[in-house]
Ligand binder design. Sequence first.
Ligand SMILES: [Fe+2]
Ligand SMILES: [Fe+2]
Length: 491
Amino acid sequence: MPTPLAGYTSYKGLPPLAGLCSLEEAARPGLSVEECVRRLKRFHYAFKRLHHILTARITAEPVYELKTAFAHHAHLCAEHATAIRTRVGELREPPLGLDDVPHPALEAFFDELLAAPTTEELLVGLYRAAMPAIDAAMERYTRDTHPLTDAPTLRVLRFALMEAADMIWFGGMGINQLVGEAGEERMGDWVGVLNRQLDLAGGLDGTSSVGPAVPDGLSSRPAQPDLQDIPRRYSKTPYVYDPIPKRDERFTDPWNQGVNAEAFLYSEAYPPRAKALMMLYKRLREIDVPEMMASIISQTPGKPWGYYRDMSRQVWDEARHAMMGEVGFVALGVDWTQAKVTFNWSYRLNTECTPLERHGVLYFIEQGLMPKTGKRYEWEVAKDSGLPLMATLQDFDWADEVLHSQIGRQWYVPEFGGLQKALDFGDAAWSKILSNWAAVKEQGLTSHANWWPAVYGQACAAAGAEPDVAVMAFSETYEGKRADLARIAGE
Ligand SMILES: [Fe+2]
Ligand SMILES: [Fe+2]
């Protein structure tokens, strides 16, 4: 018997329903608003926890490619958590309950990931267990919900699914290269714990028949295993954030403060092309900003969600700035490992300052860039260098910096009730970090070797250019200086 739909046609064969789906698809019932909100709250929880876990691991993750990817993925997770929060707020839901734990087994699952003791286990937990689980749950949602009534959610999840696939791809590559099949097999017991925790939660979205164990009004469910039956492995004791920055073996001599990049860049004695090379060093050295900012985020609980979202955007930008440096060096035929990328700044701020002091130092540096020595100047030098790539890099570095200044104005300055007080606090916190230039030398941690001639020499050789004698001879260090060229207090 033909259905009523069979006789229905749109005007002149145009796609019906604004192109969302067919009439047949839209004529079927979908999920209730209540069920949509219930699942979306779980997706939100998962993205929020992933954001936190990825951020917490940036500082102490030695591998640069993972450090930068964690910054990227933390930002993506924060963005999707934000979009889902907004959508939940549109579904007759007062903005309550978004900070609740949807199921204790889900909480235990993410606690285990956060506490994963090695990079290898972290990768497997994140990219083999958590990300595929949220990906599958979002896929299920898009199949189950009504394509017309819930179109706004589908749009949000479409984007989230694309980026979840990107993250799973990257993580899979990481596992292939760094863990391997044998390594994954050795983690079988722990992965078993993770899977049982997810099962107990009814899957990531709570739709599987096993769960949820928490009373949900359906008293006919079979007896549930208890969370006590799944002993935690790594999260028995609460996770403690590791503030010590670590680098992989390509980053040698991490205490080296032997080349004062700002003194070179702001001097009138040197040509733009050589300055561009020094700017690439400054960009690559910015890997210490995610290392430091991750500590602020990880050690500053209880802020409104917007704080974490915005700060994570900045962490990702700073990781991109470091990668801009990497790209520039490679494009100029320079082995960047010859430039000594110190972690002195992130190490000392993370271990000697409070989170608010660290934020103050960051804000002071970003705000205190005078026009003469600021981002516009760097962009102009980049344009004058004759290297079009440099202009692209510095153009966007400048744009990002303007955004960061706004983020600081929104989340840092109000702590002090005024711009000047906020700047003074940051300046004082930075001055508190007395120069350790002599100390690290005396301790034998570095000789502050001047790496500049080797890097400059390589760039000249790759370009087939004769080195400039004055540029080659540059040998000013950071002895007694901060990177804004201020004398360090007491020096
Ligand atoms: Fe930056
Ligand atoms: Fe910045």
